[in-house]
Design a protein around this ligand. Sequence first.
Ligand SMILES: C=C(O[C@@H]1C=C(C(=O)O)C=C[C@H]1O)C(=O)O
Length: 109
Amino acid sequence: MPDPTDHHPSIGALISREVPASLAECRQLIDEVDALLAVLLEYRATISARVQQLKPVGGRAGRDPRREAEIVDRMARWAPRLGPRRLRRIMTAVIEESLDLAEEAPAAR
Ligand SMILES: C=C(O[C@@H]1C=C(C(=O)O)C=C[C@H]1O)C(=O)O
């Protein structure tokens, strides 16, 4: 799989910066990263809501553990320090909250 930052050079530039030495700078960088995470999580939830409408059985009833495991394994290649165990916990929360949202607010058709 190609390096995801190949297609998103500004993200590559962001993460190749040295981790700052000061508390204020670290927090500023965390705020910048968190804003990106928020935008991406929101977008991911929107796509997931669409998928629930496209699958024969959507929502929690159509949960697909094999697909979720593949997602975690693939992500672990790009987040080796977090590793599969932590990523599984993170992504389970992301996926469950997205499915929850999709039930509350289905994707616009
Ligand atoms: C989005 C899907 O539905 C569910 C949600 C997933 C996700 O948010 O990545 C993955 C698998 C399914 O449990 C899917 O089947 O692709």
